[in-house]
Design a binder for this molecule. Sequence first.
Ligand code: SAH
Length: 239
Amino acid sequence: MLPRGLRARVILNDKDRDCDRFNGVGMTSPRTRARMVARLREKGIRDETVLAAMNAVPRHIFVEESLASRAYDDTPLPIGYGQTISQPWVVARMTELARAGKPLRTVLEIGSDSGYQTAVLALAAEHIYTVERIGALVAQARRHLRELKLTNVAIKHGDGSAAMDESLQVDAIVVTAGATALPEALLAHLEIGGRMVVPLAVEGRAELQRLTVIERTANGFKEQTLEAVRFVPLLPGTA
Ligand code: SAH
């Protein structure tokens, strides 16, 4: 059962259910995906909205066909351009931390990559703005999101650590690339009560990252350092 408010309307409609590529068979079947979700639960993911979103998004369409049989292993996979699609547990955990048990209106994601995390967020929030610095990946992510008929996502080619439209106010920011220093410019876009989830280098050491949650309170910011993770670097400029 999908929790109320989960925006899975298009992804699960009957027409899509008939589509072989979408549904997958064998190692890409809904059963294999359900097993991935069961493992996420065992590994401590508790948020039912997140688990339902992970269950709804076919991860195999985001990876090369030769890797599709490994799409539901809990492991990162290469997607080309020197980038990787994150391990499912990391995607689930970041989405869970962004939600903090509350419905999300608007989310800003930095690092769209193949669009997988974007799709998961799109089922757990009303609107997603996602920014990717590699043009070829923007095209790929756009294709994947269109295939899933996710209409609540705006994807932009740009440097997500650079200044953005000042008027943009969001409930959550999910940075899906490793930052050596806190991307402070982004904090201005957080509403009070909003959270930024970012893999942040410990003592500036890029190889030692921890998921970090920065929450905007009425009086300032609260920081929480959580699990160790390994992300490709957050880089300036576009490619
Ligand atoms: N979210 C992905 C994994 C992220 S990989 C998933 O669904 O699994 C990190 C991505 O961040 C890469 O695509 C990389 O090109 C992008 N990136 C790195 N620095 C960036 C920046 N400054 N602005 C926007 N995107 C950036």
